[in-house]
Design a protein around this ligand. Sequence first.
Ligand code: HEM
Length: 214
Amino acid sequence: MLLEDEPSDEVVRDEVMTLLVAGHETTAVALAWLFERLLRHPEALARVRAGLDDRKDPYRTAVFKEALRVRPVITNVARRLTEPVELAGYRLPAGVAVLPSVVALQLDPRYWGADAHLFRPERWLDGSPQQNAWIPFGGGARRCLGAMFAQVEVETVLAAVLRTVELEADRPADEGSEMHHITMIPKRGARVRVLRRLGNQDVRPAATESFGEV
Ligand code: HEM
C-alpha cells in the first residue's frame, strides 16, 4: 500500500465513531429486545435452539426480523422535502420535515394482518410479509449502511449465547419501553435469569443479567 493510500487519523477516527455511534448502541438494543421477546415465547426459543447447528437457519433470521418489527430500535426516520409533494391528500411544501413512523407501519394490520402486534417469526417463512412495510433500517434510496452487518452480528451473538447458557425472563410480563438517546430500549434492561451453563452442566444460582449496554 502506498503511503498516501493509508487512512489519515481523521478517517480512522470517523470510522470508529460510526461503529460506536451508529452501530454499537443500535445493535445492542436490537439484541436486548430480541432476548426480551424470545424468552417470552418458549416455542420460538425452542425452534431457534433446534437450528443452532445450521449456520444459516432461516428461522434465526426470521426471529431477528420479527423482533425488529415489533420492537424497532429507531422509531422514526426524518426526511426534509426538497420539493413540494402531495402525500395522502396533503400538499406539503418544500422544506417540511416528514417523519414516517416505523412503529405505526410495522404494526399496521393492513400489511401484517390481524395478529400484527404479536411476535410470530413464522410469518417471515410464509413468504407473505411486505418488505416495504418493514423499515427498521430506514427505507428508500438512503438507509442504514450497517444493516447486513447488524444482522450477522445479532444472529451470531444469539447463537453463541444460546449455546452457552439456558436463560429465562426474570418475570413473565412484557417489558415496557422508553426512549434513550435516539433508541427505544426495554425499560428494565431486558432482564434475564441464567438457569444453567450448557456443556459443563453447571447449575448456577439464579443470577440476573441485562443484555445490551443501554
Ligand atoms: C440493529 C441495528 C441497527 C439499526 C436498527 C439501525 C438503524 C438505522 C436507521 C433507522 C438509520 C437511518 C436510515 C435513514 O435515514 O433512513 C441508520 C443509518 C445508518 N446506520 Fe444503522 N442501524 C443499525 C446498525 C448499524 C451498524 C452495525 C452500522 C455500522 C457498522 C450502522 C451504520 C449506519 C450508518 C453509517 C448510517 C447512516 C447512513 C446514511 O445516512 O447514509 N448501523 N441506521
